[in-house]
Ligand binder design. Sequence first.
Ligand code: MF3
Ligand code: CO
Ligand code: CO
Length: 315
Amino acid sequence: MAKRKKRVTRPANDAAPSLPPITPGLLSPPRRVPADIERPPYASTGDPGPSISDLRRTPDELSAMRRTGAKAAEILLRAGELVAPGITTDAIDEFVHQACIDAGGYPSPLNYRGFPKSVCTSVNEVICHGIPDSRPLADGDIINIDVTLFCEGVHGDTSTTFLVGDVDDASRRLVRETARSLDLAITAVKPGGLVNEIGKAIENHARQHRLGVVREFIGHGVGTEFHTNLQIPHYYERRLQARIEPMMSFTIEPMLTLGEPHAALWDDDWTAVTIDGTRTAQFEHTLVMTDEGAERLTITAAGDCAHDHVAAMIA
Ligand code: MF3
Ligand code: CO
Ligand code: CO
């Protein structure tokens, strides 16, 4: 019998751009946070320690998360307005760092497990946790900016993928459907419902659009701690029987890929890239479960967010 030819799954490569891969740039000197800003416990040591917080918020914590979430959403919106060919990711870091301080808070990524900067900037094939550096954005890039603000004792964690100048159709489709997968997941999860409904909704949507779902990085409980023990996979995990109860606070942050969703880590131990070099997009909200369903906490006081601005550009 003839050897069965192994079928290679090819990405839906509708004109994937052939830009050079992202390479590490230079880091600027460390940025400082004024002494009067309240810091999370890991700020000096880098070590958040084991998670000990409840998965649910108290009413006071929830009020604080609404205010902090709105500030984080505002900072992300304004960071997105800087996105243009020629600006470095370090300049975005400088802006977000100062905006967090001006909002009376601490930029949560700074020294979290030793992360050297105040925001994550993930360009093109970088899946997440890109470190801001001297690389200027190029026309045609896509960039995820992931802002987390610590203020009033709680974190607000939100990210959007922005378009840089003139972006190819495949990347626009990737960005659009990744944003939609987050929206679908938010409506899919019900009070007292299974956590795995989130991943089911995202994976179904990705499959319909022939996009990959990253499995190595997942959403998480968030509140007084940056990352709690609550795990939110973005793929369907049948055996996961955990439920989301009212007052639980968490993120959903799907990372979808044009090609294979497998990740490799740079030598900096942070920057995660697709192994096949194809592009990837991510959108993230911090949410709280209410009796009615999941409510977004990372929206501005006016009720909008950077996601909607980007989505409107590529609808
Ligand atoms: N904001 C990221 C998340 O969504 C975490 C970044 S951790 C850092 O969970 F150290 F890289 F900042
Ligand atoms: Co997060
Ligand atoms: Co984040």
